[in-house]
Design a protein around this ligand. Structure first.
Ligand code: ADP
Ligand code: MG
Length: 602
């Protein structure tokens, strides 16, 4: 065994550099983060090829005095924290004080910098961790850092680099993440003297997204704003039609720092409620503001990962804000503000923005002919009113009494059924097709959601013959933990033998004969998320199972009265346009579309 010795400073710096600077993109990230921490409002990033030959970052931030710049080159030299206590509430992007040292250790580094009130600036040159060469030089306020010949003295590192194209795309991606998390800063990125993108620093996150990802992606996004006690969430999420085959377009920023974290992904994706097909991923750009004391960013040298002390609550907040945002926007694919709302819209429910504009006068293209409404005879639209028993079965009318009709849902008159699965209906704005199963699922889903707390008994029915079941140890365990959720939905369940159950009553909506089936489905749902799933999310998942299995099936013949009732009930839901799995409940063929198809107009 050889003796233990403290490593020479140069060797220690090389080891640290190995962690922080794994590839050219890491240099860019560290330098730009420093510029942002220095209060810059404009940052220029330029590189050549794969970034090894040259990376240059220029900012108009505070700059450094000569003394500060020399100090900055020392490992653990930082102006951002000074005590262990500061480490528990980080407000800046950097704090470890090792980026400049690390870059200087593995490249030829040049710093030209000047603070605002200085007579002259400073030029410092360091090659591969050697001693710095210092000069006084005229320089504009701010800092210009040039990194040449990256990894020239660590050939092993070079071997692990990918193709120049891949390395370049990592650099671009690094700047994208920074530009998204700091929309207030104007960025200019150039590769081999060609502009990759430029952001204005004035238009907010939406503007940055449009600049970088294009108007098309931007047009498919809806804004999200939500506040809870522990987190403020803001940004944009994609409509369910905008998906990717991987998570590359999911950007999460926590306190303006891009991070990767499975809790955040989990919360968002569960908020989409299986609205997406398997292997498709939503597009999101979300910034979370969380008290820095509740976050640990010091998990990894590159600070890409974070830990939250209140993981569950954050996941929950994301789940519900995403679900709510999607619910509030009309999600019928491609046909948003084209049909007219109810003629007498009720006061919109708090927080619901009316998204539909009346048809009359201006379609999206602004050129509906004056005479066009006249082509169709006025439609006798159906409006459910209290006590109008001729249309609505009394129990349906009664169940709707305490609810407001949804102002975004059109008045519809059912004309008949197609394949015993779709209801064909007429409204002021054209023809509508409803998927009867999806529509009923939506109705039941919202009905069940309205059942609060322990009052489930009201909505449950006693089984004539109580159901007995024997469970596996896992099922037994999961059930025991989640019994309150089931109780809140109207299940009355008691223990019966070591792993046996006796079910006395179940929610009223469950059709006779399906009790056992549904119970096993529910148990499956309990097992799926393990114990990580917050209770209300689990409750929703169970509600989805219940509504799916209890809803009328495709292929069932419906009477006129049933169709009328179904539409009235759907028109009273909060989100009438999708089933809880996210499939559409309604398809619309506008009056204009019909005219076009029949060549009545161009
Ligand atoms: P950290 O960012 O973790 O503090 P760095 O090694 O990245 O560590 O930087 C060390 C110090 O150098 C910073 O704390 C800051 O005071 C100073 N510094 C680095 N880059 C800049 C810059 N572009 N403008 C002003 N000061 C800078
Ligand atoms: Mg730094």
């Amino acid at each position: 065994m050889s003796r233990i010795a403290i490593l020479a400073r140069e060797v220690a710096n090389l080891i640290a550099a190995g962690e922080v600077i794994e590839r050219p993109a890491a240099v860019v990230k560290e330098l730009v983060e420093n510029s942002i921490d220095a209060g810059a409002s404009h940052i220029d990033v330029a590189f050549k090829g794969n970034g090894l030959e040259l990376i240059r970052v220029r900012d108009n931030g505070y700059g450094m005095t000569q003394e500060e710049a020399l100090l900055a080159l020392h490992r653990h030299a930082t102006s951002k924290i000074s005590s262990a206590a500061d480490l528990s509430a980080i407000h800046s992007l950097g704090f470890r004080g090792e980026a400049l040292t690390s870059i200087a250790a593995v490249a030829r580094l040049e710093i030209l910098t000047s603070p605002a009130d200085a007579v002259a600036g400073t030029l410092i040159k360091v090659d591969g961790g050697g001693s710095p060469m210092v000069e006084t030089r005229g320089a504009p306020t701010g800092t210009l850092i040039t990194v040449r010949d990256l990894f020239f003295n660590t050939p092993a590192r070079k071997k692990y680099l990918k193709s120049p194209r891949t390395e370049a795309s990592h650099i671009v991606e690094a700047v994208i993440r920074l530009a998204l998390s700091h929309s207030e800063v104007s960025f200019n990125l150039t590769r081999d003297s060609r502009t990759v993108f430029t952001t204005t620093g004035r238009g907010g996150l939406g503007d940055v997204i449009a600049t970088i990802f294009g108007r098309e992606v931007h047009g498919e996004l809806v804004p999200l704003e939500a506040r809870s006690e522990i987190v403020n969430i803001s940004g944009f999420i994609g409509r369910p039609t905008l998906t990717r085959s991987n998570r590359s377009l999911q950007y999460f920023m926590v306190n303006n720092r891009y991070v990767r974290n499975p809790t955040l992904v989990g919360g968002v994706e569960s908020g989409y409620h299986r609205l997406l097909m398997t292997n498709r991923y939503p597009v999101v750009f979300l910034n979370l503001e969380i008290d820095p004391e509740e976050i640990d960013v010091n998990v990894h040298p590159t600070k890409l990962e974070v830990r939250f002390s209140q993981e569950r609550d954050i996941r929950r907040a994301l789940h519900f804000s995403v679900a709510d945002t999607l619910g509030r926007h009309n999600l019928i694919p491609g046909m948003e503000p084209k049909f007219s709302p109810r003629t007498r819209p009720p006061a919109p429910t708090a927080g619901i923005k009316p998204v539909l504009k009346p048809l009359q006068g201006s379609g999206p293209k602004g050129k509906v002919r004056e005479s066009s409404p006249g082509i169709f005879p006025p439609v006798a639209t159906f409006t459910p009113r209290k006590g109008e028993g001729e249309y609505l079965p009394a129990d349906v009318a009664a169940s709707l009494e305490d609810r407001e009709p949804n102002p975004t849902f059109p008045d519809l008159k059912p004309l008949g059924q197609v394949y015993n699965s779709y209801i064909i209906a007429q409204g002021e704005a054209g023809l509508f097709l409803l998927d009867q199963h999806a529509a009923h699922e939506r109705i039941l889903f919202e009905d069940l959601r309205r059942i609060k707390g322990d009052k489930g008994g009201q909505d449950s029915q006693n089984l004539l013959v109580p159901l007995t079941l024997e469970l596996s140890p896992n099922e037994w365990e999961m059930l025991g933990q989640n019994l309150p959720v089931l109780r809140s939905l109207g299940f009355r369940i008691a223990e019966f033998g070591p792993r046996g159950l006796i079910v006395h009553s179940m929610p009223t909506i469950i059709p006779p004969g399906k009790e056992k089936d549904i119970l096993f489905q529910v148990l499956g749902e309990l097992e799926e998320g393990g114990d990580k799933r917050p209770l209300d999310e689990l409750r929703e998942a169970i509600i989805i199972v219940l509504s799916c299995h209890s809803a009328i099936k495709a292929g069932k013949r419906l009477g006129q009265e049933e169709m009328v009732a179904l539409m009235a009930q759907l028109g009273h839901t909060k989100n009438p346009f999708t089933c809880p799995h996210g499939r559409p409940t309604v398809i619309h063929i506008s009056a204009g579309e019909l005219e076009k198809r029949f060549k009545r107009r161009q």
